[in-house]
Design a protein around this ligand. Sequence first.
Ligand SMILES: C[S@@+](CC[C@H](N)C(=O)[O-])C[C@H]1O[C@@H](n2cnc3c(N)ncnc32)[C@H](O)[C@@H]1O
Length: 345
Amino acid sequence: MTGKSSEISVPELSSYLALHCHETAYRFETLIGAYLSSGSENQTGEIASQNPSKADADLLSRRIKAERLLDGIPKYIDNYMLTLLAARHPLERFDRSILRSYIGNLTAPSPRFVSWKDRQADLRDLTANEVPGTEWDKAALLSSQGASDVLKWRDVPVFKPASDMMIYAMLLFELKPATIVEFGTGHGGSTGFMSDLAQLFGLDCDLHSVDRTGKVPEGFHTNAKHHIADCLQWVRDELPKLRLARPCLFIEDFHEKTDDFLNLLVPNLDVGDYLVIEDSFIKQAALDRFLREHTEVLIDTFYTDFFGVNCTSAVNSILSVQSEMTRSPSSTSSKSQTTQGGRPG
Ligand SMILES: C[S@@+](CC[C@H](N)C(=O)[O-])C[C@H]1O[C@@H](n2cnc3c(N)ncnc32)[C@H](O)[C@@H]1O
């Protein structure tokens, strides 16, 4: 390498570095781009101004085919990336950016469980998206619970995006919760959905749902206990009396006093338990206040980002307890647990 370093372009530097190790030039371009985009020179993510070289593109296509396709079958996103890598014309900005993040994930996958603080740093460049902090576009988000009628499970309304339904199906199968508690029963469609899944998966699972009103259709649930109560009061007064089998999945879908709820509920959680805070676009500040302090609770990005970054109602808030909670003496005394099942790996 000769001349002053300021005269070397990012692609040139990347190719030079790639000659000296097993990484591809495109990988270096991605890393340098990400580094520079955190500085003032590049707030728009325009660094990777070129397509990957043909050699890099071929190498990456082979990796995608080997590592991402299942029996040769691509998902939409794999197919799109293979098309971009085969393109011999300059890519549009959106395509460069989505290719960069896809390849970044292929070559250096991020950890699954991340702290609240790290997550904020990871997502700082997502502010320009249609729905900031997510990869959702506005129209898809607005219609995600149904554009005309509301999503239904066995003809009972469920106020969740369709993506969340599948996230819960996968989470239930992986976590195998021995207890599910949903705060905010609504019409009961969602508790009914969990109840049916638990039965289908052969789980020995106690279900509880809490709501101040009781609109659940007669006979709809097979295996759920409905508590007519204020959620905060129930957590404070009734939850400690229950002997909850572990692991537990708690779902917050009643949307009141998030700070109080987190402070009351979370000390009752054990390692391996999950807490999903739904519709959390408007709860980010409360989550920030709580989770910066409680580093035992991590975000499970496998699920929050399954359909694209935060394409779920639980924005940054599919939470997993990964180490012992700091408990006040009163929060531990009245609860005894049996440990069942395993923590997802
Ligand atoms: C969005 S709905 C729940 C939807 C349901 N989880 C689903 O997915 O279909 C919210 C529910 O929370 C209940 N709710 C709101 N504040 C509450 C509180 N403080 N205590 C108990 N229930 C409450 C309302 O009565 C309403 O039924």
